[in-house]
Write a protein that binds this ligand. Sequence first.
Ligand code: BGC
Length: 412
Amino acid sequence: MKLTKLMATAAVGVVLAGAASAEDVEVLHWWTSGGEAAALNVLKEDLAAQGFGWVDMPVAGGGGEAAMTTLRARVTAGDAPTAVQMLGFDIKDWAAEGVLGNLNEVAEAEGWDAVVPEALQFFSKYDGNWIAAPVNVHSTNWVWMNKSVLDATGLGEPTSWEEFIAVLDAMKANGVTPLAHGGQAWQDATLFDAVVLGLGDEFYKSALIDLDPEALGGDMMVEAFERMAVLRSYVDDNFSGRDWNLASAMVINGEAGAQMMGDWAKGEFLRADQVPGEDFVCIRFPGTQGAVTFNSDQFVMFDVGENTTAQYAMAKAVMDPVFQSAFNVVKGSVPARTDVPNTDFDDCGKKGMADLADASANGRLFGSMAHGHSVPAAVKNAIYDVVTAHFNGEFDAQTAAEELVNAVESTL
Ligand code: BGC
C-alpha cells in the first residue's frame, strides 16, 4: 500500500471513533453483508485516498426498509446524514420534501447527462436538477445455482417455468433443499417480481407499474400467486426471518440448490471465492430471458447549506468510471454509466451488462417493484403485505389477487 493511502486509511480509523468534521462524509446505508461491506470498502478507500473521512452509519436489513426508518428519525431530529443510499421512488419522495442538496454543479462538470441512462435519470433528477448519484444497476430476475447440485440432477440450466420446476423436483429427490429463501417481506416480493415478469412483460407492466386493477386481480395474477405457492413448497421449514445472505450461503455450501435473488447475491458467492460457471451458475429467472427488472442504488445528498465540499467529492467519486468498474465488480451489480468497459467483470457481470443494454434497447427494461423502482413506497408496502401473507399461507391465490386490488386501491 502506498504511504499516502496508508495515512489516509489510518485517518479514516480516527474519524470513525470521533465526531464528523466538515471534511467527512457520514453515510447511511444498508450494506452490511460480507459482499456488500467489501464493495463499500472500495468507496471508503477511494474517498480516504482523497483525504475525506468516513463516518459509517450502517442499518442492517436488505432492501433498505430499516434504513429508511432510521433516516426518517434522523431528519425529523434535524440531524440528516451527509449522504444516504437510496432507491427509486424514495428519492423522489424525499426530493418533494425539499430537503435534498443540488448536485448540478458536479453533474455538469462531469457530464453525467451524456452517460447515465434515462431510466436512471428519472430517479436521479427532480424538477430537472440532479439530486442523486447512481452507483450501480442491480436486477432482480436472477437465479443463483450451486453448479454441482444442478449437475447432480442430470438436467441442464432451466429456461422455462416447467424446466425450472423439473430441476427443483430433482434437487428435492436428491435430498437437497431446492430453494434457499429468507422469509422477509422484501425477499418474498423479490420472488414475486420475477414470477410476475415470467408471465409476460405486459402483465408485469400493467400490474406492477400501471397498477391496473384488472391485471392486479385477474386470472393471471391468480396464476402468479399459484406459482408463488409452488415455490414456497421448495423452501425449507426454517425460512422465516432468515437474512438473504444466509440463504446465499446455503447455496454456496450445497445445502440448497438455488436462490432467486438480485445480483447482490453474487457478491456473497465471490466473497466465498466461488467462480461463476465453475462453482455456481447465474441464469435469468426461467421465462424472463431478455427482460430485466432493475433497481439502482443512488447516493442522495441532504441539503447541508454551503458546506458541500465533501458531498461533491463523494458524488464525483461515485460517478468516476474507474470506480464504477471496481465497485460493481465486487458488488455484483453493473455500472450506472453506459461508458464503462466490461473488461474486469466476470461472466455473470458481462451477461448482466449485455442484458441491461438489450432490455433497454428492446423496451424490456422495467423498474423492480420489490426494490422501489416501479411504484412509491406506500403502494410497494401494500403489495408486500399481501404477497407475504399469501406466501405464509394466510390467503389462497384467488383471495390474494382480490386482496391485492384492495390493498393497492387503499393507497391511491
Ligand atoms: C439494494 C442492494 C442490496 C440489497 C440487499 C437492495 O435493495 O439495491 O444494493 O445489496 O438490497 O441488501
